[in-house]
Design a binder for this molecule. Structure first.
Ligand SMILES: Cc1ncc(COP(=O)(O)O)c(C=O)c1O
Length: 411
């Protein structure tokens, strides 16, 4: 049986334990939502303040040159690259996932002109589905989007398929897909593979180079802790960079933006996928946040993440067995991201009642209480306390209060 004392001891010998001090966190709160909005780290805060107080307030427009702002989307992309197994010059920080998906889907379709089908996961994040549909609709030639059951991918792979887009870790269930195996199957059928790494980057090992991956996108405000609305990133395999054309060109993806030429000439490499001015303050926050990742490595993060999620599932089974809830996240570590999702009647009320008592998770419609486990900040004792509290809330029925029938705009 897992006891609180055992958790305290485990925290004391945790090789990542000291990294929690790099974050600004209220000790009375158990934060299980770093998979939605990551916590603020001290280095991120420092970099934001330096950028605002020195580079912006004092340097003013000169900082585009003197503070390296023009190169930040690529330079910080290079620092993020090791977390996803990318090489130098393969990652650009820009836009949002949805906008980068639009660009990459459009570009990929042009690279497979003889093919007219895009496959995506019927259970994919809704924004991915919307933008793929829209890009197909606005394509110069008829494109058919098929929303498939991802387990049936191989049955759909044929010579008509131009592109497959999947999310690596399912935002709802936390299931992690076989990135290398799927990439190889898709490429074997002559199509391009585009991964959404929203719930992977900074949380689970991703090796895009080893998988020979073509294209990927991800965000920096979740496990990468770059702050609300921080920009996304895209990965374009080096060998594809000269071939892919950004369908939403803008001045900062031009080879010579300050020549103000009338016609668009793409910059070399992944920079051509930049469209507009970069969000410098947010990129500075990301840079600071990456300093914390550079104090450890993804293998240590993964080991702790799996230990936390396993312990949470064990405790849920041990302490909450009498309640009608189901763990929908795979038990198999090879198929598990860094979150655990519970299907439970009254899931929204449960999450709200927990938040009111200091344990912050989130709710994903229609019936999922979702808990993210950020190995940089979480202690084993936090997991223990969260399940204890959940047990009390479920036993009292506090989650069934009528006021929880009305949902907040953000759940
Ligand atoms: C899997 C996934 N894809 C895409 C998005 C949308 O990201 P953005 O707001 O950067 O477009 C999210 C947001 O949470 C997500 O979880």
């Amino acid at each position: 049986m897992i006891t609180r004392e055992w958790c305290v001891e485990r925290d004391a010998s945790d090789p990542l334990g000291a990294l929690r001090d790099q974050f600004i966190l209220d000790d009375s709160v158990v934060y299980l939502d770093g998979n939605s909005l990551g916590a603020l780290s001290k280095p991120a805060r420092r970099r934001i303040l330096e950028t605002v107080d020195d580079a912006w307030a004092v340097g003013l427009v000169r900082s585009w040159n003197s503070a390296g702002w023009m190169d930040a989307p690529l330079a910080v992309g290079d620092r993020l690259a090791p977390l996803i197994g990318a090489g130098p010059g393969e990652v650009l920080i820009a836009d949002t996932i949805t906008l980068l998906l639009a660009k990459l889907v459009g570009a990929a379709l042009e690279l497979r002109p003889g093919r007219h089908v895009v496959l995506t996961d019927a259970a994919n994040f809704h924004s991915d589905l919307y933008v793929i549909d829209a890009m197909a609709e606005h394509s110069a030639r008829p494109i058919e989007v098929r929303r498939i059951d991802r387990r049936e991918l191989t049955e759909h792979l044929d010579e008509d398929v131009a592109l497959v887009e999947f999310t690596h870790v399912d935002y709802r269930t936390g299931e992690m897909l076989d990135l290398a195996g799927i990439t190889s199957a898709v490429q074997g059928a002559g199509a391009l593979m585009l991964w959404d790494l929203a719930h992977s980057a900074g949380a689970v090992p991703v090796d895009l180079a080893a998988a020979g991956a073509d294209l990927a996108v991800g965000c920096t405000y979740k496990y990468l802790n770059a702050g609300p609305g921080a920009p996304a990133f895209c990965f374009i395999r080096a060998a594809l960079q000269g071939q892919l054309v950004n369908p939403l060109p803008g001045w900062l993806g031009h080879a010579r933006p300050f020549e103000f030429e009338r016609d668009y000439v793409p910059a070399e490499g992944v920079r051509s996928f930049q469209t507009s001015s970069p969000s410098i303050v947010s990129i500075a926050a990301l840079e600071g946040s990456l300093e914390v990742f550079e104090m450890t490595d993804v293998e240590h993060l993964r080991a702790k993440s799996l230990a936390l999620t396993s312990m949470f599932m064990d405790l849920v089974e041990e302490r909450l067995a009498q309640h009608d809830l189901e763990i929908v996240t795979p038990r198999d570590p090879a198929r598990r991201g860094s979150q655990v999702s519970l299907r439970v009647d009254g899931a929204y009320g449960l999450v709200q009642a927990l938040i009111e008592r200091g344990v912050i998770g989130d709710f994903r419609a229609p019936d999922i209480a979702r808990f993210g486990f950020t190995p940089l900040t979480l202690r084993f004792v936090d997991v223990y306390d969260a399940v204890e509290l959940m047990s009390r809330v479920l036993a009292d029925g506090a989650h069934r209060e009528a006021r929880f029938e009305r949902r907040n705009p953000v759940t």
